[in-house]
Structures are given as C-alpha cells and as structure tokens.
Design a protein around this ligand. Sequence first.
Ligand code: GUN
Ligand code: FE
Length: 432
Amino acid sequence: MEHSDFILTGDICFCETQRALKTLEGGFLVCLNGKSAGAFPRLPDEYASLPRIDYRGKLIIPGLTDLHTHAPQYGFRALGMDLELLEWLENRTFPEEARYRNLEYARRAYTLLVEDLKKGPNTRFCFFATVHTPATLLLMDLLEESGLVSFTGKVNMDRNCPESLRENDAAASLAATGEWLERCGAYRNTRPILTPRFIPSCTDELFRGLAEIQKEQKLPLQSHLSENKKEIAWVRELCPESKNYGDAYARRDLFGGDVPTIMAHCVWPGDDEIEALAQRGVFAAHCPQSNMNLSSGIAPVRRLLEAGVPLGLGSDVAGGAHASIFRAMTDAIQVSKLRRALVNEHEKALTLEEAFYLATAGGGAFFGQAGGNFFGPAGSFEPGFDFDAVVVNDAGIAGPEQPPLRDRLERIVYLSDERHITAKYVRGNRVA
Ligand code: GUN
Ligand code: FE
C-alpha cells in the first residue's frame, strides 16, 4: 500500500456522527495508514513529526459518495432526456448497453468515464456495469488503477429487454455471475456487488439463484425500487402476490436484513414500504436529477429521514446528466422545496447541512457496512473513517469578503466545478 502518514492543513468542513456540521478554520487533519485520526484546531504533539501538506486558505471536505450510478450510461448522458423511464430504457439505454459486448468500445467509454471521475469531488461509487463479464472486469481494472473506491456490479437480466442484451436464461446469467465473482478476488479498491437490474428484468429462477449466491458469499446487493408510476404498475402486474414493490424483493429474499442493500430512487414508496426499508436497514439512494429528467417524481426524502431509512445521494447517470454529487446536493435541496410547495407543506425542505450529510457520511456509511475487511465507513474526518478528502480552492467563486466557512461551503456546492478542485485523496492516497 502506498499511503503514508501525513497531515493536511486548511479550512476544514465535515459532518460529525451526530450529523452536525463541524468547521475548523486553519485546522489540521491527520491521516494514519489510510484512516482519519481526527481533525484538530491545534496539532496534538504526538503528530508533530509527520509531514505536512499546506492547503491553508482552501477548504478541505470529505470525499462525496455517489450511491447509485450506471458506468456504461456515461457515454450517452444528456441525450434522450425528453423520454420517460420505460421508453428511455427501451430506446436509449438498452441499445447503448448492448454495445459493451465489444471490449474495444467498452475500453474507450470506460477510460473517458474514469478519467473524468478522477477530477470531480466524488471519491466513492456504487456502479451498475452491464451484463457483460469481460467489460465489467475491464471497468473494475480501470477503477482499481484510478484509486477511486467502488462497489461495481455485473448486471443480471434474463427477461424484458432486447435479445442483444438479454442473458439466455437464468442458468446462463448465474454462471456468468459466478465466473465474474471468481475473478474479482485481487481488487482492493473495487469490490463486487450483486446487481439484478430491477424486478422486470429478472425471472424468479434468476432471483432464487442470486439469493443463494448472496447467502454463500455474503455479498451486498443493489437494485431499483418504486421509481416511476408506470414501472410500479408493471411490477404490480408481474408480482400480483406482492403487497408492494419492496415486498416483491423481500419475497425473493433480496431486501436487506442481514445483507447490506441499496435500493435506488424510492420516489413512490407507500408507508409500509418505508417502514420495511427502515426495519431492514436498506439504504435508499436519492437521485433527484434523474427523477426530474425521467419525469419520475419527487422522492419523499423528509419522510425517509424521519422513518430512519439509511439514505445517500446518487447521480444515476444517465438518468441524471451530471456525475458530481455537489450537483445532486443542490438538486436534492431544490426538489425538496418544490415538494414542500406542491405536495405537502409539512415536509420541511432539506437544509445545506442535511444535504452535505447525505452526500458524505450518509452514503459513505454503506461502505462501512458492506466493506468487510476492505473498506471502513467514509464521509467524515472523525477518527476511524477512511481518509477521503477533497481540497477546494474557492478563490475564483468568493465574493469581495471571505464569509464564514459554512457559507463558503454552500457557495462551493452551488457554484464549484472540477476547476476548483486542487487535490483529492482516497484512503490516504492522492488520486488527483
Ligand atoms: N430501472 C431499471 N434500469 C434502470 C436504469 O438504467 N436507470 C434508471 N434510472 N432506472 C432503471
Ligand atoms: Fe439507476
């Protein structure tokens, strides 16, 4: 491992475990062996001999987590945005994903993706790849080399998609999954996650096989839940025995409980679905930009938070056109205000501090839960967190006077882009 022990100095902003925003002007961040040893207003004597990297005058925040995104969709982001979910999948997404059978195409597209992601504020990702084992392993190779941390999943789908993308049957999908998993052993930054696309894409036989693999190998799982009204109606038709969409996963033994699980979207959950998410500790990935672009709706984030559902933010590229989780923060804040205005005046809008929590420690908690011996929790500088840090130079977007740190953070969230990122560390290694 290349990381060493060091100190960063600068203006530090992060959420504490209790979710409060902590700001330290001219503070010290200590990284020991890839983990945070804490953030300090004055450097404790015991660390006095460590090398220091001077970022005075710049903001240092924890790396952001993109809890839900599709690596093969980056190449057609911001296209087809006048379609709703199911038409968009059929007309844009599935034809594009079918191209990843061609490894040369996959290499070109995934190289562009990983190069771009290195420059942004996100340090951790939960990726859907495609059904193709070779292209998924290629993506994992590139990610591994980049130093970015991810869960990456080979997608399973054996029904309801074009022949060019569909796996032949459940047995073929399970065999490919087994082969893929055998070849994931050597990665350190890139871990596998089971990824049945959503209920309509997988036969019951495939779900049964995945539940068995999950039990044997104790793997985390990601999928989509209650995103769009037409999709939900389709799931109701496909699973008439289920009380709701979440229950359809639960009946297939694939809805959290002992298994770290992410369900993307949760735009239209009923009360009992929300309760099940909370009880089973299933993470919801809130993807506000995608929910706007695909006309899905506005997720009830305040209700999810109040019910105790673990929550993070996702770009859902290419449902979302922007990969940066700064953008997901502003979108989350803005749609929560529309929801309060249009849906329920009693659901308070998200604050900047809450959105920052979701983008950092909220989504980062999944890595602590699912990371096994590989990853610790991420998204804070409290002692014991994996040391992911983003250094932002806000000089170009500052006003005539330097406002308090909290306000500088707000401005960065709304206005910064990759030009303002001076450095990025993931697990104590500098990646950009
Ligand atoms: N549901 C199933 N597949 C997808 C996808 O690729 N994107 C989104 N937003 N929803 C999905
Ligand atoms: Fe998605």
